[in-house]
Design a protein around this ligand. Structure first.
Ligand code: HGY
Ligand code: MN
Ligand code: MN
Length: 421
């Protein structure tokens, strides 16, 4: 390492300071909430775009508001491009690291390569996706789907809780939904996609390791469930004459939990959001809308569980005189990570003198969408107590620095391979 190289400790401290600054960009003072195409998302693009430009990257915003920072190749007649990225949108009341670490880590890794006076035979593009979480609209992974030409046009018709259509929000943001196809990145010119991300689970901490190479990403299905009964006066409608949509949903939720527990392949099933209508304390709920999130390390257990949940929801609704509608919003199969890029991450981890462990991801990531077009791989950084989607989300800055140093070494490893190509 030359003098200009930062140690993992220094890299981690620097990453933490940028993470802290970005965490202050929120739509909800006092907690981190930065949803797709929100005012905070716009401010985060300005902040992160400034960090990119300060470090010599050229920036642009693509038609779905993905911020792209590009570093040109130093050599080669027709150099390819290495993509690095993650998301800068968050869940509600989020932690500081989920997604943002992959973008900031990419920016700092490129800065390290500059500081060390090293040259690359390929261009590098840092992608800051704006809609990985799918919190505001039922459209998860929509921005990375646009980069791989797999955008689902029906997402444009989706509405947020205020009734704003995704297409309208894009236009209000200064983007043009009619140009979404131009967001597609041609795979012919791409080496691959790398994403560093917090594990959001307990394995690395249990193993006592700061880093781990991801083998595959669990498939996931996200659905909207609507149950319709009859609203009524809480004081006058007898219990046996009610068509209480919320009571019906409560029974279905316990069924979802039971089916989740009985499943194989690390199946998980969650109802995370419920909206009750009309929502008055003295009114029998006439309608409820709920989310359903089902995942597993293999596709079959997930598909079997979805069938069982649909069947059971139908039976419960029928018995209670309710109607039930299930709509699929996201359906992403289990996604294996590229073997070659996994080995590049693995060599970098070993070069740091760390034990090498590999693990699957239960959480979804932009890498699932990017893998549709490009060889893709992920490196996990240890999460304290496996906590995420929670303001208590935290990783030791030294682990952050080790992750970024591993990314630097992976980029240099790929540079050597590219020269020998
Ligand atoms: O829900 C997920 O798995 C990811 O955090 N979007
Ligand atoms: Mn997340
Ligand atoms: Mn994430």
């Amino acid at each position: 390492m030359t003098d200009a190289a930062r140690s993992p400790e220094d890299l981690g401290r620097l990453a933490q300071s940028l993470l802290d600054e970005l965490a202050r960009v929120t739509d909800e003072p006092g907690r981190i909430t930065r949803t797709y195409l929100s005012p905070a998302h716009a401010r985060s693009i300005d902040l992160v775009g400034g960090w990119m430009r300060e470090r010599g990257l050229t920036t642009e915003l693509d038609p779905v508001a993905t911020l792209r920072g590009r570093r040109a190749a130093d050599e080669g007649a027709a150099p390819r491009t290495l993509l690095i990225g993650s998301h800068i949108d968050t869940v509600v009341d989020a932690g500081k690291l989920d997604g943002t670490l992959g973008v900031i880590g990419g920016i700092l890794a490129l800065e390290e390569i500059e500081r060390r006076g090293l040259r690359l035979p390929f261009a590098v593009e840092i992608l800051a996706f704006g809609d990985e979480e799918g919190v505001r609209f039922p459209s998860a992974l929509s921005s990375s789907s646009a980069a791989t030409g797999t955008y689902r046009r029906e997402w444009l018709e989706a509405r947020d809780r205020d009734g704003v259509k995704l297409a309208e929000a894009l236009i209000a943001f200064g983007c043009d939904p009619a140009r979404i196809e131009t967001a597609t990145i041609d795979p012919a010119g791409v080496l691959g996609y790398l994403e560093i991300h917090i594990e959001q689970g307990p394995r690395l901490e249990h193993w006592g390791l700061p880093l781990g190479v991801v083998t595959s990403i669990a498939g996931q299905t996200r659905m909207s469930m609507t149950l319709t009964g009859m609203a009524g006066h809480a004081g006058t409608v007898p219990m046996d004459l009610r068509r209480d949509a919320l009571a019906g949903l409560a029974e279905i939720i316990l069924g979802v939990e039971r089916i989740g527990r009985q499943g194989t392949g690390e199946l998980v099933a969650t109802v995370g959001r419920v909206q009750v209508f009309p929502g008055a304390g003295n009114t029998v709920p006439g309608r409820v809308e709920a989310s359903l999130d089902v995942r597993a390390a293999a596709d079959t257990p997930r598909l079997v569980a979805l069938e069982r949940i649909a069947w059971e929801a139908g039976r419960i609704a029928e018995r209670r005189g309710l109607s039930v509608a299930l709509e699929r919003n996201v359906d992403v199969p289990t996604c294996p990570m590229d073997e070659g890029l996994q080995e590049a991450f693995a060599r970098a981890v070993v070069s740091l003198g760390l034990d090498l462990r590999r693990l699957p991801s239960g959480a979804g990531h932009d890498a699932m969408a990017m893998a549709r077009s490009f060889p893709s791989a992920m490196l996990f950084i240890r999460s304290k107590a496996g906590i995420s989607h929670n303001p208590l989300e935290w990783s030791d800055p030294l682990d952050l620095g080790l992750g970024i140093e591993a990314l630097v070494r992976t980029i240099l490893d790929l540079a050597e391979k590219e020269r020998d190509r």
